[in-house]
Design a protein around this ligand. Structure first.
Ligand SMILES: Nc1ncnc2c1ncn2[C@@H]1O[C@H](COP(=O)(O)OP(=O)(O)OP(=O)(O)O)[C@@H](O)[C@H]1O
Ligand SMILES: [Mg+2]
Length: 376
């Protein structure tokens, strides 16, 4: 398993720094991302047990950069530099190469070459390392609201916790004023931005998570009483999930139906995307559009379709749905409004409320299928 890649952008030019950030996110490599004005100011944040990649602008301070790079290389094990400037002079390149192999890229940055270099470095530097506790991220999504994302996230997370009693399972609600806390009748004292800030400062997510009842299920969500609108940046999404992966075996993410930078980041890092659909035309049209979009950004392979609220006597069968969407359905969850609503109203999961129901049996099956998909 892989070691964590820490990327440091050292560039005083804000536009160029933002461009690097967006290209790094687009690369899809798993990493934490930090920005500093100078190499020296980044030193306290270098982790000797991780792989550290520096995107370093040297324009106008080539000589001091050489000295700083040397200090870092002497003090830390796994460091790599991509050196950049509008004017990379040959004699400077030769001096840089004297000590170790570095990569150079002239500004303006050619996007595709830059992404290719980052991918190559990430692959090489992290692949031969064993990174224990590499938890799996499962994102539950539909590009139309109200299809059952929260119901599925909560009940799947609980079932995974029941099936894996010696592991820790997390559920993360990425929705502003999301419903996970209502479904589980829990009131976390900390909101997600606070949690991310603490993780950034080295505090373990376990110390600030809220635990659901007596289960090994940990909840990361805003309190239902905190009316804060928050927008978690793609960079913080990386930080949060890389940190959670170290602790939790499965991390289930309930994400909003809106596709934005942080949603895209979750899609990129997810090991499995559960895309919810229903057997009716408007929803199928939406799901089809989403699958086409996923195809364009290479997400289809890790996407599994879930058919929610299906009924055997529906005019539109599971087979019809698969034909329309040109993709197999992982499994179906039956339409059982009464059980679902009663369990929510009592602040219980379906398994706790009524384990005798067909819908609960479907959740047991779903958890098994998900575990099977992720165990390779
Ligand atoms: N299998 C099911 N059978 C019957 N009703 C269901 C089923 N799954 C979910 N529901 C109901 O569908 C409604 C929407 O569910 P839920 O809140 O989980 O959707 P959502 O996708 O999270 O919505 P939002 O986009 O608003 O966050 C709820 O009333 C829930 O009780
Ligand atoms: Mg919801």
């Amino acid at each position: 398993m892989k070691k964590l890649l820490n990327v440091f952008i050292i560039d005083n030019d804000k536009t160029s720094s933002a461009l690097f950030e967006s290209y790094l996110i687009e690369s899809g490599c798993q990493m934490t991302l930090k920005k500093y004005p100078s190499l020296n100011s980044a030193i306290p944040y270098i982790d000797n047990n991780s792989v550290n990649l520096f995107i370093l602008d040297v324009e106008g301070h080539e000589n001091s950069s050489l000295a700083e790079m040397e200090t870092i290389e002497k003090s830390f094990k796994n460091c790599k530099f991509i050196i950049t400037s509008h004017n990379l002079k040959t004699d400077f390149i030769i001096k840089c190469l004297r000590n170790s192999k570095k990569d150079f890229i002239q500004k303006p940055i050619p996007k595709n070459s830059f992404i290719a270099i980052v991918k190559e470095i990430s692959e090489k530097m992290t692949s031969d390392q064993d990174f224990s506790g590499h938890g799996k991220v499962i994102s539950v999504f539909s590009n139309k609201g109200g299809l059952g994302k929260t119901t599925i996230s909560v009940n799947l997370a609980w079932q995974l916790a029941v099936n894996n009693p010696s592991s820790k399972i997390a559920i993360v609600d990425m929705n502003t004023l999301g419903d996970v806390t209502t479904f589980l009748d829990i009131n976390p004292p900390y909101d997600l931005t606070f949690i991310i800030d603490k993780i950034y400062n080295g505090i373990s997510a376990l110390d600030i998570a809220s635990v659901y009842e007596n289960y090994n299920l940990f909840v990361f969500a805003n309190s239902p009483y905190h009316e804060v609108q928050y927008n978690i940046s793609a960079q913080n999404v990386l930080l949060l999930f890389n940190s959670l992966r170290k602790i939790f075996k499965y991390i289930i993410v309930d994400i909003s139906s809106e596709i934005n930078q942080s949603t895209k980041q979750i899609f990129q890092i997810a090991d499995l995307i559960l895309l919810i659909t229903e057997a009716n035309l408007p929803v199928l049209n939406n799901t089809k559009r989403c699958l086409d979009f996923f195809d364009k950004i290479n997400l289809n392979q890790k996407t599994q379709l879930l058919l929610n609220r299906y009924s055997y006597d529906d005019d539109c069968s599971i087979h019809d749905v698969e034909t329309v969407l040109c993709k197999n359905i992982l499994t179906g969850l039956p339409n059982d409004w009464k059980t679902v609503m009663n369990s929510v109203n009592k602040g219980l999961t379906i398994g706790e409320y009524n384990p005798e129901t067909d819908i609960y049996a479907s959740y047991v099956e779903l958890a098994q299928l998900v575990m099977k998909k992720l165990c390779h």
